[in-house]
Design a protein around this ligand. Structure first.
Ligand code: CTP
Ligand code: MG
Length: 318
């Protein structure tokens, strides 16, 4: 059970105590926003996704524990509207800065969370509640990559794409065939002899391709600019994409960087993701899974924050 909660293989980096240190001005105030207001349609659970349990703890509690172990102060949690009390009861006893209701889109939820941060927060880490096992080292590395006063606009963890990439005529669909043999589930998925299956248009060069995870970290100034752009009607698939768009339009100048992500940071989207994370947490040997040795590990249990401690700059209170 080397991967069980509490038996972390990822010693939170000591440096996590110092993320965001600005060489010109001393410690920087970090804020964390956990977005958990989605409907969880694809998981299909009877409760909001963040309240679903993994090894006896809510996804939300796991996520908060990971942030705390990385040395971040208590997070603003953006919850499903109308479910504030249930979310408050599902934090696993960990402090939060605030609980606020989310919006109809992820970006609207991020905006609601950012609005609830203390005014003096200068660097913001936006993290999906649906990534319960993100290693503290990954979180700390993303935060450390965004010093105030530098040329980095934003940072996020990424993992190399291993599969060959093909552009197809349309999405291949959400259903994974589960039957093991021709004539079983697999055949059910290709009913019609392939007539309604997507077609390959081209092979996409995989060089430099990464799958982006969270936390996505920004200086508050940059994130505020990006969120204002949303208010102007711009759309983007993730928070980083908003910043890319503004950079490409010449409205922001600087680098958007990628730090090493982790297979532990898999997002719970479908039932299978939850089951995979259960298996990972129960059986995998942390630190042996990611390319290059990785930073894998299960965040420690509540109250077992690493050496970086919590509430670096006081946090936002309980
Ligand atoms: N999220 C949010 N507010 C929204 C939509 C999403 O806070 N309006 C959050 C989710 O709670 C989740 C993260 O963004 O932690 C990533 O989104 P996703 O995995 O797509 O979760 P859901 O939107 O809840 O799931 P689904 O798309 O299957 O409904
Ligand atoms: Mg969604």
């Amino acid at each position: 059970m080397s991967g069980s909660p509490g038996a972390t293989g990822a010693t939170p980096r000591r440096a996590a105590a110092e993320p965001g240190r600005d060489t010109r001005r001393g410690p920087v105030r970090i804020g964390a926003v956990v977005v958990a207001a989605g409907s969880g349609d694809r998981l299909g659970a009877s409760t909001p996704k963040a309240l679903v349990e993994l090894r006896g703890r809510s996804l939300l509690a796991h996520t908060l524990a990971g942030l705390a172990a990385a040395g971040l102060p208590p997070a603003v949690v953006v919850h499903t509207p109308g479910a504030g009390a249930a979310f408050a009861a599902a934090t696993g006893g960990l402090p939060v800065a605030a609980l606020v209701p989310g919006g109809a889109t992820r970006t609207a939820s991020v905006a609601a969370g950012v609005a609830a941060l203390d005014d003096d927060v200068e660097v913001v880490a936006v993290h999906d509640a649906a990534r319960p096992l993100t290693p503290p080292g990954v979180i700390a590395a993303a935060v450390e990559a965004v010093p105030v006063g530098g040329d980095v606009l934003a940072a996020a963890p990424g993992i190399p794409v291993a599969d060959t990439l093909k552009r197809t005529t349309r999405p291949a669909g959400d259903r994974t065939p589960t039957g093991g043999a021709v004539g079983g589930g697999a055949q059910a998925a290709v009913r019609g002899g392939g007539g309604d299956l997507p077609e390959v248009v081209a092979t996409v060069d995989r060089t430099g391709m990464v799958g982006i995870q969270t936390p996505q970290v920004f200086t508050r100034r940059v994130l505020a600019t990006a969120l204002r752009a949303v208010a102007e009607g711009r759309e983007a698939t993730d928070d980083l994409a908003l910043v890319e768009e503004l950079r490409d339009a010449g409205r922001l100048t600087g680098r958007i960087v990628v730090v090493p992500g982790s297979v532990w940071s898999r997002k719970v989207t479908y039932r299978a993701d939850l089951e995979l994370l259960e298996l990972l947490a129960a059986h995998a040997d942390p630190g042996t899974l990611d390319p290059g040795g990785g930073q894998g590990g299960v965040p420690p249990a509540p109250g077992a924050a690493g050496p970086a401690g919590r509430g670096r700059d006081g946090g936002g209170g309980g």
